[in-house]
Design a protein around this ligand. Structure first.
Ligand code: FAD
Length: 381
């Protein structure tokens, strides 16, 4: 029987090395899957899984040197895809640690900063967070009020950040702040007494993951010397959004597989619901969007490896794949009907997680406006 993974034979588009990364991520995902329902239910981020991901080379995976794997972009995407098939929380962890915090230091740090932070971040001994969003209007980070002022050789930072992944357990924070020369990135040691992070409680999405409110009260920061404005922060977001393009298709695949399994085993009106044309239409339409989403992800991966990927192209992928993954999870939840709203099936958990992904790293509206600006040359933000 055709499955969500085999309909168009996408596996045939992968190299052996890419398939090996995917298999490795699937094995790690299988370990996480043992507890993930319970972790989500009880809002637990299980730190003991971090070494598993680190040993598999999945932290800072696309970067070279500093103990990073130097893998190609499709392989990294496939790792995101397999982790998110288990739960978005773990793809988000890899995104925050690797694509945001490590990326900022890798791309904009001094040699000394890279030597100090990247190797322990690659091994997972040091956790990082990425502090861009503020309580007022996360969609417009250029209006940030967090400030940095010079103090001798260093800098002092003051301000507030919101929704910061991993902040309460992170050892190092990349903080974006306003200086007299514009927005710059800083590295902050979270042991500084002026750094305070409080977990945001009672989230209904990404429950197996941590997001925090952060207060910076006279915190010492080290400038990332190569950061040159908001564009540097946005470059990190582009890296993380690329992982999302693949990742959300993992959540879609998991939802589809659950719905097909259920449709063929559940009997209503004297036969399997899979024999009803309306149920087949839901499944077929979902499959079509899933396969298109995977093709788009693979295409963007190839562009990234060819160093041709633009932020606008990533916006197309993020907007389409998150939107379609939500539609797929929604349709699959309908196939599961009453049982679909229980935690017996992961579909509703995926659906809730995907709602958070729709918002972070740029909402649908923001990506629509990025694409609109690219098409018309007119900014409508
Ligand atoms: P707002 O900016 O207040 O937007 C509200 C609504 O207005 C949205 O629908 C938006 O699309 C719409 N809107 C805004 N501007 C326009 C416009 N010009 N035209 C049309 N519509 C518009 N941030 C970090 O820095 N680090 C993290 O690790 C991080 N992790 C996150 C994890 C989760 C689970 C979540 C939910 C958020 C995370 N964020 C993080 C923050 C995230 O990026 C922001 O939530 C996001 O950018 C949206 O900002 P906001 O929630 O303040 O919404």
């Amino acid at each position: 029987m055709i499955t969500a993974e085999t309909l168009l034979g996408l596996d045939g588009l992968l190299t052996d090395a890419q398939r090996a990364w995917q298999a490795k991520a699937r094995a790690v995902g299988a370990v996480i899957a043992r507890t993930v329902d319970d972790d989500a239910e009880r809002e637990i981020f299980r730190r003991e899984y971090v070494p598993l991901l680190a040993e598999a080379g999945m932290l800072g995976m696309p970067f070279t040197g500093y103990g990073c794997a130097g893998a190609d972009s499709v392989s990294y995407g496939l790792v995101c895809y397999e982790l998110e098939a288990v739960d978005t929380a773990w793809r988000t962890f890899v995104s925050v640690q690797g694509s945001l915090a490590m990326k900022a230091i890798y791309a904009f740090g001094s040699d000394e900063q890279k030597q100090r932070w990247l190797p322990p971040m690659a091994t997972g001994q040091t956790l990082g967070c990425f502090c861009l969003t503020e309580p007022e209007g996360g969609s417009d980070p250029g209006s940030m009020s967090t400030s940095a002022r010079r103090d001798g050789d260093g800098w002092i930072l003051d301000g507030r950040k919101r929704w910061i992944g991993l902040a309460s357990i992170a050892d190092v924070a990349v903080v974006w702040a306003r200086t007299p020369d514009g927005i710059r990135g800083f590295v902050v040691d979270t042991a500084d007494p002026g750094f305070a992070a409080t977990d945001i409680p009672a989230k209904l999405a990404l429950r197996a993951s941590i997001q925090c409110d952060v207060v910076l009260d006279g915190v010492r920061g080290e400038l990332l010397p190569e950061s040159t404005g908001l564009g540097s922060a946005l470059a990190c977001l582009t890296e993380a959004r690329f992982g999302i393009v693949f990742g959300v298709m993992g959540a879609a695949r998991a939802s589809l597989n659950a719905a097909v399994e259920r449709a063929t085993s559940r009997e209503v009106f004297g036969g399997p619901i899979a024999a009803k044309q309306l149920v087949q239409a839901r499944l077929a339409n979902s499959f079509v969007e899933y396969e298109k989403g995977m093709l788009l992800a693979l295409h963007l991966g190839h562009l990234k490896d060819a160093k041709k990927l633009t932020p606008e192209q990533v916006s197309v992928g993020k907007l389409n794949n998150v939107r379609e993954a939500i539609e797929i999870a929604h349709a699959c939840r309908e196939v599961l009907a009453g049982d679909g709203v229980t935690s017996e099936f992961a579909v509703m958990r995926h659906l809730a997680n995907l709602e958070a992904v729709r918002t972070y790293e740029g909402t649908d509206d923001i990506h629509t406006l990025v694409i609109g600006r690219a098409l018309t040359g007119i900014s409508a933000f």
